[in-house]
Design a protein around this ligand. Sequence first.
Ligand SMILES: Cc1cc2nc3c(=O)[nH]c(=O)nc-3n(C[C@H](O)[C@H](O)[C@H](O)COP(=O)(O)O)c2cc1C
Length: 132
Amino acid sequence: MRESEGLEVDVTDIENISPDELSGKLTVSDALLIGSPTINQNTLPPVYNLFALLNPVRDRGKSAGAFGSFGWSGEAAGIINSNLRSLKLKVMDEPAQFKFSPGGDKESALIEFGRKFAGHILENCKYKNPGE
Ligand SMILES: Cc1cc2nc3c(=O)[nH]c(=O)nc-3n(C[C@H](O)[C@H](O)[C@H](O)COP(=O)(O)O)c2cc1C
């Protein structure tokens, strides 16, 4: 994503941030990519806390997506995308999901996913701001 001119990427550890600080970051961001492992066929509490800070009026139409690791069933990314969609964000349909650790040859697929998500953001910005 950082290869794309015009995009500034901020990586945030959402488990270790105050609600106020996270809310501030969400307010100024044009896009949101959430990563989570699947635990007990679900995503995790910090991700649900983040959903509670999204505002469908303020954040409507922002680009969004999900990635994650899983062991067998892998529900987390789908749950994230469906919550983001309900909150009216513009979700990139295909999440990136990898079994256990995303190393080795999975790394190049993840880099490709980042490029694809950057394209999704830029395309969505063009749609929201025609003529820019
Ligand atoms: C307590 C526990 C519950 C899990 N439940 C699921 C599950 O329901 N479905 C699944 O696909 N993987 C499940 N996993 C596997 C994790 O998604 C997998 O190990 C993942 O790579 C962990 O990521 P992490 O190393 O970032 O914690 C579970 C793992 C643990 C430890």
